[in-house]
Design a protein around this ligand. Structure first.
Ligand code: FE2
Length: 366
């Protein structure tokens, strides 16, 4: 429920759009490896001259992969600078004009003025604002639209269609912000978008011998949208946040957490399909029961799959993190199952960072 005084009521994540070097192959990877289902397409065949987009969906999670067809294109520029990465975190709203007005009058930089587009299936209003790095939020008002995705897209029905893996919805989307920018962007989400800060920790809470970071979790008042923000902090060696910033050439989306209601089945399926996950040292599981108490799942199975568990005052959660899914060590995924817990797995950070440091050592970026 949206509180009556919320100036930016958001119904949920509408879609996440990636600018990539090869949208056709990216869509195939997410179909094959993650079990997303084909939804929509736009490109030369639909009258576009400069870009192609593939839209895939699983549960309520919609991803768009867009690539440039010409060199002189903001999409090509984005890929050249950042590699494959998230350009748009689109938010589903009832009023895209009001969302634009309320945020820009509070200081948001305009990305798209409110624009109406329509086809035989109705009308969509979109608008957009800039956030950290070159990332943007697009507001999507689709209450008068009944087409497959957005006007201009046609249904995409390839014969190749592997099944789903149980992914249900976007739990949270994490942004890595540049050095010294944490407070700027936390304030942006508070002042410009009306979000509240749920949680905060700094390098005294989370640090290993080498890695340090600061983190704040910003959330919409209905809690449908949760955006943790990370900023690198100085450690003995380069942190994974700093490594991201170095390779992404600035702030951007670090990971999308996707929820399942059966993490054992989902992770087993994803592993079978070739999704690579980080693995914490096996000793993590020797002390698991002491740390989190009784859980419904068999520890042996959890250990076998490499799933992590954390508990807070509301319950517990199970989570696992993929390795980066493109060549630059930037964007990755989290698979999460919540059993009451509302937090983000802080108790696992230290063990995780130690395993990421092993990967960084292999990349020569520690
Ligand atoms: Fe996360």
């Amino acid at each position: 429920m949206n509180p009556p005084n919320d100036f930016l009521p958001i119904n949920g994540t509408d879609y996440v759009e990636f600018y990539v070097g090869n949208a056709k192959q990216a869509a195939h990877y997410y179909q094959s490896a993650f079990g997303f289902q084909p939804l929509a397409y736009a490109g030369l065949e639909t009258g576009l001259k400069d870009r192609t987009s593939y839209v895939i969906r699983q549960g309520k999670i919609t991803f768009v992969f867009t690539t440039a067809l010409i060199p002189d294109s903001p999409i090509a520029d984005h890929c050249k600078l950042h590699g494959d990465g998230v350009k748009v975190v689109a938010l589903w709203v009832d009023d895209a004009r009001k969302s634009f007005e309320e945020t820009t009058k509070r200081g948001a930089r305009a990305y798209i003025q409110p624009t109406i587009s329509n086809d035989a299936h109705g009308e969509v209003v979109i608008s957009g604002i800039h956030t950290y790095g070159e990332t943007v939020h697009v507001f999507v008002e689709r209450r008068n639209y009944h087409g497959v995705f957005l006007p201009g897209f046609v249904k995409w029905e390839p014969y190749y269609c592997p099944g789903t893996t149980g992914l249900q919805y976007v739990d949270h989307i994490v942004g890595n912000v540049n050095w010294g920018e944490m407070d700027i962007w936390a304030k942006f989400y508070h002042d410009v978008m009306g979000f509240n800060q749920l949680i905060s920790f700094d390098d005294t809470d989370i640090s290993t011998e080498y890695t340090a970071l600061m983190s704040k979790v910003m959330a919409s008042s209905n809690l449908y949208i949760k955006f943790p923000l990370n900023e690198p902090a100085h450690g003995i060696k380069k942190s994974q946040i700093e490594e991201y910033i170095d390779f992404y050439k600035g702030g951007g989306v670090q990971h999308v957490a996707m929820a399942t209601n059966n993490i054992l089945e989902t992770v087993a399926a994803l592993k079978n399909r070739g999704v690579e996950f980080l693995r914490v040292p096996d000793i993590y599981y020797d002390t698991l029961k002491q740390r989190v108490g009784n859980i419904d799942e068999a520890i042996e199975l959890i250990r076998e799959l490499g799933i992590l568990v954390d508990r807070d005052e509301d319950g517990y959660l199970l989570q696992i993190f993929s390795k980066p899914v493109q060549d630059r060590p930037t964007v990755f995924y989290e698979i999460i199952q919540r059993k009451g817990a509302k937090s983000f797995g802080k108790g696992n950070f230290k063990a995780l960072f130690e395993s990421i440091e092993l990967e960084q050592e292999r990349r020569g970026t520690l």
